[in-house]
Design a protein around this ligand. Structure first.
Ligand code: HEC
Length: 131
């Protein structure tokens, strides 16, 4: 009885930690693709830019699911906005409209700060935590 309860707690904690690590990986995938995306668009390399934008879109789709599971509608909405922005950028870049794609990047970047302010906090050791 006590043992199975301990086991459940351990598994639950392990699951929560794995989920947070996954979350950071998605966030890094999205954030890390922003620079290369902009560079490719500046160089008018539409196809390459579209690949970066699609990575960002996929990462924000996961991020959206994460927040849907946490019952945080504001974060879901921000992740959706970022995902739709990335989709638009990808479509424009793929069609060779790199100028339009560059303008649409703001639809993605407009979400970063709002969500970080609302859902990210600094832990005592200086690392970031989800809240
Ligand atoms: C829907 C909410 C949300 C949106 C939108 C969002 N973020 Fe985040 N981001 C977070 C949270 C929460 C964390 C903290 C995760 C952690 O470190 O545990 C985070 C962490 C990060 C990190 C740090 C990862 C690490 O620990 O090294 C980077 C980089 C990042 N975000 C980039 C971005 C960029 C760039 C954008 C906009 C293009 C963005 N984020 C949009 C919620 C969001």
């Amino acid at each position: 009885m006590t043992r199975s309860l301990m086991l459940m707690l351990t598994l639950g904690l392990g699951f929560a930690m794995a989920q947070d690590q996954e979350y950071v990986a998605w966030m890094k995938a999205a954030g890390g693709s922003m620079g290369p995306l902009k560079k490719a668009l500046d160089a008018k390399a539409g196809k390459e830019a579209a690949e970066h934008a699609k990575k960002i879109e996929a990462a924000f789709a996961k991020i959206e699911q994460y927040w849907a599971g946490k019952n945080a509608p504001d974060a879901v909405k921000l992740a959706q906005t970022a995902r739709n922005g990335a989709k638009e950028v990808a479509a424009a870049a793929e069609a060779g409209h790199t100028d339009h794609a560059l303008q649409s990047i703001s639809a993605i970047t407009s979400t970063c700060k709002s969500c970080h302010d609302a859902h990210r906090e600094k832990a005592a050791d200086g690392s970031w935590k989800i809240k």
